[in-house]
Every structure is written in C-alpha cells, then in structure tokens.
Design a protein around this ligand. Structure first.
Ligand SMILES: [Zn+2]
Length: 119
C-alpha cells in the first residue's frame, strides 16, 4: 500500500512532472502485472492482479491527461503469458531509449520475484 500512495502523490502533483521531465520521457508503457487466471499474490479474497489493474489504469489515465504518449498492456482482467506481455510492451512504442516501462506489482513478502525482464 505504501507504493500505491507514493505513486498516487507523484501522479497527482502534476507540477512535479515538469516540462523537462515530459520532454525527456517521450513514451510510457504501463504494465498491469498478472491478470485473468494468474492472480499473483493472494490474501483471502484479495488478489494482487486487481490492485495492479487499479493502479495501472489510474497511472495510464493520468499520464494521458498530461499529454504523455502512453500505452497499457491490459485494462481488464485478462489472461496472457509472459511472451504476450513482452510482445505488447515492445509493440507499443518499440525498444528505444525514450520508452519507460512501468510494470506494476504489489507482491507479498517472502516469495520469489517474477518481473518481466529483457525488454
Ligand atoms: Zn506480482
């Protein structure tokens, strides 16, 4: 939850995203981790995939409002494998140095990390 609030504050304070940062960061891909049959971390009836989707949709919509070219890998509770995730990320804006990929996860402690790498 700390991560969510941190991201929320940064995105809400558009004065922090000044012109220099917007010019330097040309394109953003927002990746909502997990989804569909892959719930990620589970605590009772709370699924990581749902938090990831909510945070990612918020970031996507806020960046779009600010005029930043932005793409989201999923905006619904959708199942796809890691290869499809990487394909969507690369197809959004290519693989140049002006593309930032935000892969959102809210993991439970003690598990292995499972991030998208080699993008
Ligand atoms: Zn995760």
């Amino acid at each position: 939850m700390t991560i969510f609030f941190f991201l929320h504050i940064i995105i809400m304070r558009s004065d922090i995203l000044n012109d220099d940062i917007l010019r330097a960061t040309k394109k953003v891909v927002v990746d909502a981790g997990h989804g569909g049959t892959d719930p990620g971390a589970i605590n009772g009836n709370v699924y990581e995939k749902d938090f990831n989707l909510e945070v990612s949709n918020y970031i996507y919509n806020r960046l779009k409002e600010l005029g930043v070219p932005v793409y989201i890998t999923r905006d619904t509770d959708e199942t796809f494998d890691r290869n499809e995730r990487v394909r969507r990320i690369l197809n959004a804006f290519g693989n140049s140095s002006d593309v930032v990929v935000l892969s959102n996860h809210i993991n439970a402690g003690g598990g292995d990390s499972h991030c998208v790498t080699n993008v």
